[in-house]
Write a protein that binds this ligand. Sequence first.
Ligand code: GLC
Length: 756
Amino acid sequence: EIMKNLIPFIAYLIVLSCQNSKSDVDLKVKNLLSQMTLEEKIGQMNQYNGFYDATGPAPDGEDQKIKYENVKNGLVGSMLNVRGVDEVRAFQKLAVENSRLGIPIIFGFDVIHGYKTVFPIPLAESASWDLDIIEMSAKMSAKEASAAGLNWTFAPMVDISRDARWGRVMEGAGEDPYLGSLIAAARVKGFQGSDLSSYETIASTAKHFAAYGFSESGRDYNTVDIGMNTLHNIVLPPFKATVDAGVKTFMNSFNDLNGIPATADKYLQREILKGDWNFDGFVVSDWGSLREMIDHGFARDRKHAGELALNGGSDMDMESYIYIDHIKELLDEGKVKISQIDDAVRRILKVKYELGLFDDPYKYLDNEREKNITGSKEILDATLEVANHSIVLLKNEGNILPLKKNDQKIAIIGPLADDKNSPLGNWRTAAENNSAVSVLEAMREYKGNKISHAKGVKLVNKIPAGFHEEVSINETDKTGILNAKKIAKDADVVIMVLGEYGFQSGEGRSRTNLDLPGFQQELLEEGYKVNKNIVLVLMNGRPLILNWHNENLPAIVEAWHLGSLSGTAISNVLYGDFNPGGKLPMSFPRSVGQLPLYYNYKSTGRPGADGEDAGSVFWSHYQDELNSPLYPFGYGLSYTTFSISEISLSSDEFSNGESINASVSVSNTGNIKGREVIQLYIQDKFASATRPVRELKGFETVDLEPGESKTVEFIINEKLLEFYNGDNKWVTEPGEFNVFIGNSSQTTNSTSFNFR
Ligand code: GLC
């Protein structure tokens, strides 16, 4: 009885202590802010890229000297691309031990899919539809990155995109806002953990705010022009999900949105993010995006860009040097307000306090921990688990897969078969080059078969570009194809490992052509002429055009860029040691001409379905291609089979405050254990704004032994039916709804209900 009465009081104390620690931080921030000079405040808003090896002698170049002095005088709030305990310590000491107030620097880095141990690219990870392993992946990446002295990652990238021409689709969670929102939240929780002050957790960043994934024609950095309906129903939900998950920072995007560069977009950054959503972290610009407003033709000069950015709600300037150079003048001229500066600095200091950097600026800096954590078995095991779950089986006719483990002659062919670099993907910034396990190496681990190998098409033409030496799939020399044909002819099974090299997707890597680059297709078709038993293993950072492959090949495995243990995961799947269960987070088109292509499309006033005779040409379709994707969102096969029952509803109507249950029974009808992802889609048939023909509103991954069945149940309530309507409001409207439950976005297993 006593305990029962005590519980509310204990709960009150817990809430009070959380609020105390929150208001305690706010008080400390307020107190520190009151001691800071204007120059020191502006310094916190200034972020530099690492500009010299701080473990070496002080720099002597003119501009580097200025930067060095600024760090020493506490005029640099943050640095990026400084990593490794020794180098971070050197910069931190320079600032903390020399500046007047000793304010610690926050060190950021692109921990996008792992740090030194590389995880699958985010698009691959999203194909797992497994929120637990996605959270674990971020947690392990944070553990390794924090051991290198880092406190902040510029991830998760949560840009929804429907256009595979855009190279950065590799970095996100695909085309759907519901899946994208859950993945975004899982990644934030993984990076930040339950205690941000722990030296194993790091602050995360929701980026790129906003609508960068809608860059026109899929061309990176291009203009974006979308309406409020798409902005609020598709683009913003994953960002809101990160705020609800407690994300500490946002990064704005390079693009202009409806005529306003995001860096200066008050509607986005002040009205929605800091206003409606009450976000209390800070906004960092993307690299040089303040300065780029001059190129946008939006800022007259650098000073004007600074005025626009601060008024627009950007708190920290990454590598434009505009805030540090011009904010004081702008304040004197009344172009910006001290309240804006104080608010920006307050937000930045708050994150530093929450990270524990004021308690101990060197808390992330332990050489022993760096040595023990980096590349540890725990982290390698994690990346393998994520890689296994990221693989999507697109085709497996005649059960050519899984391969037999003995007495087989297996030819492994292709430029990516022995490639130890491409599997690391694009954002492998801290990894050693050529550190991935290749397919060839991993397949050779299975000693029961005779393995032969030929590149067929070599990786040549080293193109020095950006911060990584790049190679391009050979465009000139195809002499290797002959030799490849020879070993293909002689094999029982051919494993063709083809796709994009690691830097063929990612930032600045848009493509207008989504075929296999170079002579890979010719290599494949030449091989097919002498042996039809080909398993195509794809390594790519975006959907590709696979019509010929789907038409002719018995098996296709979508293996993306899976990171450090890529080859190990692929061989696990090829030999059946892991039964693939991934589902596509993005539609695979039949033609580039279909893009942008997505499953949650609008009906239009002239709807129609592929293959049906519409009786005339006057419906929404192409003369020369179907409307549907080759492989749809949510699609993926398994080595076993599943059956899904019809949908049963607890009721066929409900109203405000109520809900109904929709359930199916799913059975493993095959003879090996496997995973199915049961997906719930809802269609709002009539509303005050046009609505998609269906939208993902729930999913559950189910692991079943052979013969095992399980009931999967979804709760449908008015929250699930909410949408942003023509009056710019979030509403749930009464009406009739269709519900679909199945194993891809094309499921026809449906029924309907009424919301009164
Ligand atoms: C890049 C990217 C951004 C990244 C930043 C720092 O240009 O757009 O995603 O976090 O610069 O590397």
